[in-house]
Ligand binder design. Structure first.
Ligand code: IMP
Length: 187
């Protein structure tokens, strides 16, 4: 029998931290005039929705999609590929990349390179979660929600095999246990 995810970050803890991040970002971009939030699909969708609603500065939203993990249990990294580009011309704009989680940092490094080449006015990164033990190279995260241990996490937009994204909290699962058949115990 498959166990339910173990709560790592409760709903209220996430909400309080997202509030703080929104206040900090609003302060930092108060003079910028316009901010373009670029969400990295699909894991960012709940975080980006909550964050963007709490910002007090003018902002636009766009999305980019990169390849998902392709390992055996779909938890080990493959090559990063661009699946869907933004629609916005980002030259001269203040861009904030919004990521759900920085694991090895490969996705972020790829995206920072891609966006820098397009000459934005500024480029910063906001990530809800980061796993410091897994990071393969030093990568700048300007706004960070939480550093977390090396475990597979689900909920608040994050998935395991495209399941469990709608959990209101962030929980850990053991990929081996969840690797066969359908996960149970959550949306
Ligand atoms: P990175 O390129 O190794 O930093 O991986 C970044 C991407 O891997 C994230 O945007 C997620 O889509 C996915 N990912 C990494 N760790 C987790 C996790 O624990 N749960 C869900 N998705 C994850």
């Amino acid at each position: 029998m498959t166990e339910a995810p173990q709560v790592l970050l409760a709903e209220g803890t996430i909400r309080a931290r997202v509030d703080e991040l929104a206040r900090q970002i609003s302060r930092d971009y108060a003079a910028a005039g316009d901010l373009l939030l670029v969400g990295v699909l699909r894991g960012c969708y709940i975080f980006l929705a909550d964050l963007s609603r709490r910002l007090t500065v003018p902002r636009r939203i766009d999305f980019i999609a990169v390849s998902a993990y392709r390992g055996k249990a779909q938890t080990s990294p493959g090559a990063v590929r661009l699946l869907m580009d933004v629609r916005t011309d980002i030259a001269g704009r203040h861009v904030l990349l919004v990521e759900d989680i920085v694991d090895t940092g490969r996705t972020l490094r790829y995206l920072q390179g891609l966006f820098r080449a397009r000459r934005p006015a500024s480029l910063k990164t906001c990530a809800l979660l980061r796993k410091p033990e897994r990071l393969q190279n030093a990568i700048a995260v300007d706004y960070l929600g939480f550093d977390i241990p090396d475990a597979w996490v689900v909920g608040y937009g994050l998935d395991y095999r495209d399941r469990l994204r709608a959990l209101p909290y962030i929980g850990t699962v053991e990929p081996d246990r969840w690797g066969e058949g359908e996960p149970r115990g959550g949306p």
